[in-house]
Design a protein around this ligand. Structure first.
Ligand code: DGL
Length: 267
């Protein structure tokens, strides 16, 4: 596979610690991760990029998607010292190839919160909600295979959920109706935990939780990803040492999405 490599201007700078961290998702989902990173690393500067023009990623074919992600990663890494793929789908499809192409750059991906779901309480049946692409890729299959002696995993794609969340319908009758139909097969026998394996889904957490009358705990990977970013920046000696609070710059491939990113980030 031939992928374009970036102009490495920032990577060559003596001032790399002061460069921002780039955070990337297909759309609004990564804002849930960005908020957690900003909380844990208040002195870092962040550039967020949502690929609003090409969302949803979860129904795209993997090779084309990987090429799209490489293009965005190249332009983000021309300005940033590290890249967070705040998108389970992008991680499943491209994190390995990106790390191989940029071996000296911290590249952090999402991991569906299977470990946290197993660590807290007894959860023998765990529903894994993710995109079709994430469910199809080897990365998630390998994660589930590693833990399948601890629990039964029930993987389920929820493509319409991404679209409804992108459209801002996080609390809407349409979303409730979609979730009721999607999760109806579990109504007589609810799972013991739900892993939100797509960064969009925490934005609809209340609606998902309501389907099972708030009795089933939800797990997502935002906190784990923020901790991993801190670990990676620390070990690479790349933590920003500025004394004032860092900045957050929100960008998108379709600027019509920006007001929504801003309102979710400021919540
Ligand atoms: N937010 C993304 C994820 O975590 C993908 C949503 C999509 O574009 O399909 O998987």
């Amino acid at each position: 596979m031939k992928e374009p490599l970036p102009p490495r201007d920032v990577q060559q700078s003596k001032d790399l610690k002061n460069a921002p961290v780039a955070v990337f998702d297909s759309g609004v989902g990564g804002i849930s991760v960005l908020r957690e990173m900003k909380r844990l690393l208040p002195h870092e500067d962040f550039i967020y990029f949502g690929d609003a023009r090409n969302t949803p990623y979860g129904e795209k074919e993997s090779v084309a998607l990987r090429a799209l992600i490489f293009g965005h990663a190249a332009s983000l890494l021309a300005r940033a010292k590290a890249l967070v793929l705040a998108c389970n789908t992008a991680t499943a499809v491209a994190v390995k190839a990106l790390r191989a192409a940029y071996p000296n750059v911290p590249i952090i991906g999402m991991e569906p919160a299977v470990k946290p779901a197993l660590a807290v309480g007894n959860h023998p049946r765990i529903l894994i909600l993710a995109t079709e692409t994430t469910l199809r890729e080897k990365k998630l299959k390998a994660l589930l295979a590693r833990y399948n002696s601890h629990a039964t995993f029930l993987p389920l794609a929820a493509p319409e959920l991404v679209r409804l969340i992108e459209a801002g319908k996080t609390d809407s009758p349409d979303l409730d109706a979609y979730l009721a139909a999607l999760l109806a097969p579990f109504s007589g026998n609810p799972p013991d935990a739900i892993v939100l394996g797509c960064t969009h889904f925490p934005l609809a957490a209340s609606a998902i939780s309501r389907v099972f009358s708030d009795t089933v705990p939800l797990f997502h990977g935002a906190e784990g990803t923020a901790k991993e970013l801190k670990r990676r920046l620390t070990s690479a000696n790349l933590l920003n040492e500025q004394i004032h609070l860092g900045t957050v710059t929100l960008t998108a491939s379709d600027s019509a999405a920006l007001p929504r990113y801003l309102s979710l980030f400021s919540k």
